[in-house]
Design a protein around this ligand. Sequence first.
Ligand code: HEC
Length: 127
Amino acid sequence: MGAAPFRMLLVCAALAAHGAAIAQGAGPFPEPSDTRLRAGRTVWLGTCRDCHGNSMSDAPTVKNTKDWQPRLARGRTALYASALGGRKGAGGTEMPARGGNANLTDDQVRAAVDYMVWLVEPRKEMQ
Ligand code: HEC
């Protein structure tokens, strides 16, 4: 046959092109100039994007600024606590502790939160 492997190849090529765009700072997840936010972005792309970067999971996506407003209003400390320790939402949604990546340090998780907040509200970067 050979059609299936060929299709896989196309998917891989598309993903590789997508990855290249992100590495250059283009695409939907821009690269900030701030060093800490850049470190947060690396963590975020590796662990958090799977759920927060698209609408395929029930996590609040970075595009859904409306969903983020009440969360942002609770303050950065509350968001750190949710990211570090996990959070169960009212509708049965669940944020796993450290995004399920136990290898991340507390500071890496906090930096990833900072990057996500920056994505949601870029002008509040310096808060
Ligand atoms: C397996 C999917 C998944 C991954 C991976 C994930 N999250 Fe989440 N996250 C969720 C879900 C679902 C919610 C919504 C929970 C709720 O309803 O409050 C959430 C909510 C959040 C919130 C808002 C919490 C609040 O108090 O309102 C923050 C901040 C957050 N995630 C940060 C992160 C960071 C940082 C990472 C990567 C280290 C990450 N998430 C990885 C699923 C995920």
